[in-house]
Design a protein around this ligand. Structure first.
Ligand SMILES: [Zn+2]
Ligand SMILES: [Zn+2]
Length: 140
């Protein structure tokens, strides 16, 4: 989860992650001075959805659940097939989960499968590691 640049201090509101289950549920808690998609937060609490607009004291920001690609030890309990090279990704080996479609790819010196192409094998997610967020309000 992230807030766009020029984030207002979301204060007195705060964001809470309600669950560790997927998909994550985020709620904003704050005073009626906080507006979500133009509506005052008059109940003091609201579940946020991806791309909701938050406004406070003339500042504006957007909530996004988009995540960045990261190389992590493959957390699966069983090997899964890498869509790029069609070989198994062994649990614990360096891998990247596409933040868009969720497909795992190898990513190591031996198997640079995620970075092999400019986009994911399965979707159009750019493969740059720690790439800028794809979505920003300007592209709407
Ligand atoms: Zn591979
Ligand atoms: Zn993908």
């Amino acid at each position: 989860m992230s807030l766009a640049d020029d984030s207002p201090p979301i204060h007195p509101a705060m964001l809470l992650n309600r669950t560790s289950a997927e998909p994550d549920i985020w709620v904003v808690i704050g005073s009626p001075a906080v507006h979500v998609n133009g509506a005052p937060l008059d109940t003091g609490i609201r579940v946020l959805r991806d791309r909701d607009e938050l406004r406070l004291d003339g500042h504006r920001t957007f909530f996004s659940t988009e995540t960045l690609a990261m190389v992590v030890p493959f957390p699966g309990e069983r090997p899964t097939l890498c869509p790029r090279c069609k070989l198994q990704i062994i649990p614990g080996s360096p891998a990247v989960r596409c933040p868009r479609c969720g497909i795992w790819h190898h990513q190591s010196a031996e198997f640079p499968c995620w970075l092999y192409s400019s986009t994911c094998t399965n979707c159009d997610q750019p493969t740059a590691i720690d790439a800028d967020f794809r979505w920003s309000p300007e592209t709407l």
